[in-house]
Design a binder for this molecule. Structure first.
Ligand code: ATP
Length: 588
């Protein structure tokens, strides 16, 4: 398949933000894509080479790409750097450099999509001393045969800066239309995606066998399952209203969610974002098999840092130390954890997603022998608001964030945030009644003690419909000096010269960032705002929503992708709940 078909499509997609048009461009592309290449094309559209859990990283450095463009276009490195600095996009720099190329290359070969994919894949796999030179050769070999437009998108993919303004849902819509004739079948594709976390494979099967092929998707060992997520509730009363007379309450521990796959003498661990995090937890790999009476299993657990002397739970931040490549053995003994099991999705060849909560919990209890390291998350069945309140109190005293409240006869709904699981956090009960996870999109430089650092951050919610990040507040409080240093280090690698097109903001900060980092914020209230773009026009025409007195809680949520941040819709719900509360209070 000619790569120009892809670059033409991407060009058209970049020119629109309308979801229907974006979907149609993808449908047109899928219709001309040969079946054997569809998975590769889907990964390229997602800006990756393989599903996240395989950890195939492109790893092309800017400097190296600049050298490759210079070589292929016959320009100087300096010239390419100047083009790059014009708008901070190496894709544009490459296309401009090739447009200005004076000598034409003879024997230019037409570039195929397969060649682009395979070359990028080879680059990702290169390691060792000579790998930089080889990477450069591979990129310039592509650029030698590329048109300026093709070069632009090759570079964007290679640098991880391709932004088509679409989320996985749009790709699934387009696949459903192209291969099954109806968007209504999207849900079936989504079900397959939820248990495989591999959109390329879903595309391949649906292209080959239409809907029939989707039966092939089952929960399977070492393919992560997209996690089930919870809705918030503000009080035990609200939970009872939603869940009825009887439901389960579990401690909501403040650690890292870990999906544990065990079988064939191996243990593989996946994060909430479904990245392979096995290397962070050698202690889980070693100890988990000892606590389980079974051969093949997929479990969910919260890994929590503990105080070794008292056994108390420590806050989530302590786990940050685990995210490193070297000296992990020392870190493991310095920052001990326990593993707290709360769900089971697969057992000895059997998919348990459709079993009820009660059945799954029973299985989990049957196969687990608790020990110092492996525990079952404390759970009770509750029948009254008082019981919820008491258990919450106990949980908070034990160092938990709150409670998870779960419907007894509900299945495990992979990949969905729904009301079969509710979360009741302590902080929901004061002020705004919530914490939000927001994406850092920009910053203003600090003054005084904060000179040379980012004094105030500009934050955004995620809009799923438009795949956009919409500003909601500036935050300058709640930061310790250590936080400020740490955030400066992380964020200075995310600075962009131009605002990322997925950001919608009425404010101009001193610097823009790639929307990647998620942090946790509490606030006193949500108000209408003429400046911020979160939920613009939804509550009132011409206004967005903003946070009043926002404060950083100290939590950098780097286990969350920006698309997992709080959404504009969640903020609208909070705004409306808050109005209800104030109305009730004034009625009293
Ligand atoms: P949060 O920001 O509240 O951690 P989240 O978006 O990561 O939420 P939710 O499904 O909304 O995910 O909340 C549940 C989270 O709480 C899980 O991701 C998990 O990490 C954690 N957790 C702690 N204890 C439990 C438990 N007993 N059952 C389920 N999840 C639990």
């Amino acid at each position: 398949m000619q790569f120009s078909l892809i670059s033409d499509t991407f060009e058209k997609m970049e020119a629109t933000t309308k979801r229907l048009e974006l979907t149609q461009h993808l449908v047109d592309l899928f219709k001309v894509t040969p079946r054997e290449s569809i998975s590769k094309i889907v990964y390229l559209i997602q800006g990756k080479l393989r599903p996240d859990f395989e950890g195939v990283e492109l790893g092309v450095a800017e400097k190296l790409a600049i050298r490759a463009i210079a070589k292929s276009s016959g320009s100087s490195v300096r010239k390419i750097q100047d083009l790059f600095f014009e708008d901070g996009d190496l894709g544009h720099a490459a296309s401009k450099a090739l447009e200005q190329k004076t000598q034409t290359t003879f024997l230019m070969q037409q570039i195929t999509a397969e060649r682009v994919y395979d070359t990028l894949f080879k680059i990702a796999k290169l390691e060792g001393a000579r790998s930089q030179d080889m990477k450069m050769k591979y990129i310039s070999s592509l650029l030698n045969d590329a048109t300026p437009q093709e070069a632009k998108f090759i570079l964007k993919i290679a640098m991880g800066t391709l932004r088509l303004g679409i989320a996985d849902n749009t790709v699934m819509d387009a696949l459903a239309i192209a291969y099954t004739g109806s968007r209504a079948n999207r849900e079936k594709l989504e079900a397959a995606y939820n248990v495989s976390s591999d959109l390329g494979r879903v595309a391949e099967i649906v292209a080959e066998k239409n809907l029939d092929g989707l039966d092939e998707f089952h929960v399977s060992l070492f393919s992560p399952i997209r996690p089930m997520l919870a809705e918030r509730v503000k009080s035990a009363a609200e939970a009872s209203e939603k869940l009825g007379k009887e439901f389960a309450a579990e401690y909501k521990l403040d650690g890292e969610r870990v999906q544990i796959h065990l079988g064939e003498d191996r243990v593989i661990l996946f994060s909430r974002r479904l990245e392979n995090i096995t290397s962070h937890y050698p202690d889980i790999v070693e100890n988990i098999p000892k606590a389980l009476k079974t051969q093949e299993i997929i479990l969910e657990a919260e890994a929590v840092a503990i105080n070794e002397n008292t056994g108390e739970f420590l806050p989530f931040q302590e786990l940050m130390h685990r995210r490193r490549k070297y000296n992990i053995d020392r870190i493991v003994s310095q920052y001990p954890i326990t593993v707290n099991l709360f769900d089971i999705m697969y057992l000895n060849g059997k998919d348990l997603l459709n079993s009820t909560y009660v059945e799954r919990r029973k299985k989990l209890e049957d196969i687990t022998t608790e020990n110092e390291f492996v525990k079952l998350v404390p759970k009770i069945i509750v029948r009254s608001e008082n019981e919820v309140e008491d258990f919450l109190e106990n949980g908070i005293n034990a160092g938990c964030e709150g409670l998870m409240l779960k419907v007894l006869d509900a299945p495990y709904r992979a990949g969905a945030r729904g009301s079969n699981w509710l979360k009741l956090k302590r902080e929901y009960r004061n002020e705004l009644g919530d914490s939000l996870d927001l994406v850092v999109i920009g910053a203003f430089f600090g003054k005084g003690r904060r000179t040379g650092k980012y004094g105030t951050l500009l934050l955004a919610t995620y809009n799923q419909e438009n795949d956009a990040f919409e500003s909601i507040c500036k935050v300058g409080t709640g930061f310790t000096d250590e936080n400020l240093d740490q955030l400066y280090q992380i964020l200075s690698n995310k600075v962009t010269l131009k605002k990322n097109p997925r950001i919608e903001s009425g404010m101009e900060p001193d610097v823009w960032f790639e929307p990647e980092l998620v942090i946790e914020i509490v606030a006193s209230e949500i108000t209408l705002s003429p400046v911020h773009t979160c939920a613009k026009d939804i509550v009132r025409k011409g206004s967005g929503l903003a946070l009043r007195f926002p404060k950083f809680t100290g939590k950098i949520r780097d286990e969350k992708a920006p698309e997992d941040a709080s959404t504009d819709q969640e903020v609208v719900t909070l705004y409306r709940n808050q109005k209800k509360v104030t109305q009730n209070v004034s009625e009293v």
